[in-house]
Design a protein around this ligand. Structure first.
Ligand code: NAD
Ligand code: DAU
Length: 370
């Protein structure tokens, strides 16, 4: 069977990546989708079960830090599009073990860029002199794209007012955000220096099904469900801009296909909430869904020592992607949180598998230190 395009998604066994791969596999039967993932603690084949046998999907276990492996993979498969999500993604872990973040997020990104650059060079050479009136299907050079998925955390922290725009200067403040900022700079440097056709998006906090329960929302849901303390860092006044993960995946689809080459788009829900308010909402939803007495789950809220260097507020101005590509979030936060809680309650086994074993050790270390 021949496919119109071969697209590589890195980090597709993680939270956002699994939603992106699912969307592409189901929506584009004419594409062959490769999912390259190391399966770190955050990568989970159970996130992919519903489409793992699809005819247009291939899983490859591998490490983007392994330069020769990545080069060989690109040489063998000649991908004509890359959506790069693989990363170490958790800020708290970056504070404890920054080196992993430097390897995967920076060195790994350079390896993927170099391998994509080789394919791009070959496409350029092979297409020299060709008339460029052909459709994308016939002329892969017009459709080749390196899409780098980044975060709003590269912009630093906001006071009470204002938004991050695409021209906000970078000011990363955690090892995680510094490593993502370095990767973003490298991606843009490859575009400038080698003409690699890149696009970058910087997104706010995602939530929804399949998120690893080290992040605030799934951790709180899991703890409320099990009557465990719900840890709130500092006074719970830090503010995040929350986005339903499928809305992020839909934005990635749009940008991959229609975004301007060389552009950066910010993605966010115009949906800011203080952490403590998020937890209050979750407690209320969980009381209702678990049939608990009103206010019962709130008793679990426990204020703990703050995250070192904790950024106070993130808020994304996503008007560029809305204006240019017509993207907008599909759900209110209340709807999204309710759907998220339903998913975690219905997927007991998924949660059970993740929260046994190494997770327990992480959780104990993380919260007994505080
Ligand atoms: P995640 O931690 O859930 O998933 C990361 C995936 O990358 C995992 O499947 C993991 O196994 C894989 N991976 C890690 N190191 C690898 C390596 N060396 N080689 C190959 N695979 C490797 O992360 P996520 O929350 O889904 O985030 C995905 C991307 O989106 C990241 O680049 C992150 O910076 C970015 N992002 C995340 C958010 C968010 O709220 N979660 C917001 C904005 C941007
Ligand atoms: O803004 C985008 C970023 O959002 C992504 O780039 C990161 O990959 C992603 O992890 C996320 O980073 P945050 O640090 O904002 O997410 P986290 O869920 O870890 O924390 C959200 C907020 O909640 C933050 O202010 C810290 C706080 N928090 C977190 C945990 C885990 C708590 O108060 N208690 C907790 O137990």
């Amino acid at each position: 069977m021949s496919f119109q395009r071969k697209i590589l998604v890195t980090g597709g066994a993680g939270f956002i990546g699994s939603h992106v791969v699912r969307l592409f596999v189901n929506k584009y039967p004419q594409y062959l989708i490769f999912n390259l993932d190391k399966l770190t603690y955050a990568g989970n084949l159970e996130n992919l079960k519903d489409f793992e046998k699809s005819f247009n999907y291939r899983f490859i276990k591998g490490d983007i830090v392994d330069e020769s492996f990545v080069l060989k993979l690109f040489e063998e498969n000649k991908f004509d599009g890359v959506i790069h999500l693989a990363a170490e993604s958790h800020v708290d872990r970056s504070i404890v073990s920054p080196t992993d973040f430097i390897f995967t997020n920076i060195v790994g990104t350079v390896n993927v860029l170099n391998a994509a650059g080789k394919i791009w060079d070959n496409l350029n050479l092979n297409n020299k002199g060709q008339v460029s009136m052909e459709s994308e299907e016939q002329n892969p050079i017009s459709s080749f794209r390196f899409y780098h998925i980044s975060t709003d955390e590269v912009y630093g922290s906001l006071d009470e007012t204002g938004y991050f725009t695409e021209s906000t200067p970078y000011d990363p403040r955690s090892p995680y955000s510094a490593s993502k900022a370095a990767a973003d700079h490298l991606v843009r440097a490859y575009a400038h220096t080698y003409n690699l056709p890149v696009v970058v998006t910087n997104c706010s906090n995602n939530y929804g099904p399949y998120q690893f329960p080290e992040k605030l929302i799934p951790l709180a849901i899991n703890n409320i469900k099990n009557n465990l303390p719900v840890p709130v860092y500092g006074k719970g006044e830090n503010t995040r801009d929350w986005l339903w993960v499928e809305d992020h995946a839909a934005a990635i689809d749009l940008v991959f296909h229609k975004g301007r080459t060389g552009a950066t788009y910010n993605i966010g829900g115009f949906n800011e909430w203080k952490n403590l308010d998020v937890i209050h909402m979750l407690c209320k939803i969980m009381d209702e869904k678990l049939g608990r007495i009103k206010g019962k789950s709130e008793e679990l809220i426990t204020f703990v020592k703050d995250r070192p260097g904790h950024d106070m507020r993130y808020a994304i101005d996503s008007s560029l992607i809305s204006k240019e590509l017509g993207w907008k979030p599909s759900l209110t936060f209340e709807e999204g949180l309710s759907k998220t809680v339903d998913w975690y309650l219905a997927n007991e086994e998924w949660l059970q598998h993740i929260t046994s074993g190494a997770y327990q050790q992480y959780y104990q270390q993380q919260y007994h230190q505080r």
